[in-house]
Design a binder for this molecule. Structure first.
Ligand SMILES: [Zn+2]
Length: 267
């Protein structure tokens, strides 16, 4: 009986996830294919896992959350986004979801921050962390871009778009990782592990439940010339107050973990 009830609940969530999402262009990818448990277990053996740390938040007050919300707003107001250079091949292009749109699809709204601010907090942190890491003795070349305003056809090994989810029924969507095809798999496995491990999720379960091969394209994919892999990270559901707080408090560790996953994926 218990099993039946939880299965029904699980199916309910699946249906909900499919119907609650059209708030966003990236969530219109309703047809998705999930990862098998053997694929998920295989991902857990990736060497990058040893470099990833769960963010430990032992106790916190609302003022701690407010501190990170203020950092997110500051990151948003001074995000070093650029147009990009067609003559270069970047190691990674990081896109801040919806940034800095004022109309149309502007992104979700949380209690402390909005989606653009959260994306800026993690994205600018990732950008800075990557400046400290090296690949083959050289600084990892990183470009930060907005949602719409950049040179079309930029060359990059990796493209990663940072988003949060929103739902009309709060706390019904978890974090998730989406990618397009087989070519994107290796690198996006590392990114998915970085997200799951940072948030203290059961990584194998996360990979099976929340790692999806989107059969439709994210609008920005075709605007870049990507050689290694591309994907979309839905870092958490911003309309779930506990998840919003959790992500704010863990944002810095998430930036660091994604940076290590990127460094590993370039190898
Ligand atoms: Zn979004």
């Amino acid at each position: 009986m218990l099993i039946r009830v939880s299965l029904a609940f699980f199916l309910m969530i699946q249906v909900h996830a499919a119907t609650a999402s059209p708030l966003e262009e990236e969530s219109e990818q309703l047809q998705t294919e999930r990862l098998s448990s053997s694929e998920a277990r295989e991902a857990l053996n990736l060497p990058v896992v040893s470099e990833l740390r769960t963010a430990t938040v032992l106790s916190f007050s609302d003022s701690d959350v407010q501190f990170w919300a203020n950092r997110a707003k500051a990151a948003h107001s001074a995000a070093p986004v650029e147009q990009g250079d067609l003559a270069k091949t970047y190691d990674i292009i990081i896109q801040l979801g919806h940034y800095p749109r004022k109309q149309g699809r502007t992104g979700g709204q949380g209690k402390f921050v909005n989606e653009q601010q959260m994306a800026a907090l993690v994205g600018v942190g990732l950008y800075r962390k990557l400046q400290e890491l090296k690949f083959q003795g050289k600084t990892i070349s990183t470009l930060l871009v907005s949602a719409d305003d950049y040179t079309k056809g930029l060359k990059s090994k990796i493209f990663l778009s940072l988003h949060t989810d929103a739902s009309v029924t709060p706390c019904s969507l978890g974090p998730s990782v989406g990618y397009q095809g087989d070519k994107d798999e290796k690198g996006m496995h590392g990114i998915a592990l970085a997200l799951a491990i940072t948030l203290g999720k059961d990584a194998e379960r996360f990979m099976r439940d929340s790692y999806t091969r989107a059969l439709q394209e994210y609008y920005a994919y075709r605007r870049f010339n990507v050689s290694l892999f591309k994907g979309v990270l839905e870092m958490s559901e911003l309309t779930c107050p506990d998840d919003e707080k959790n992500l704010l408090l863990k944002a810095s560790q998430l930036s660091t973990n994604i940076a290590y996953a990127v460094q590993w994926a370039l190898r």
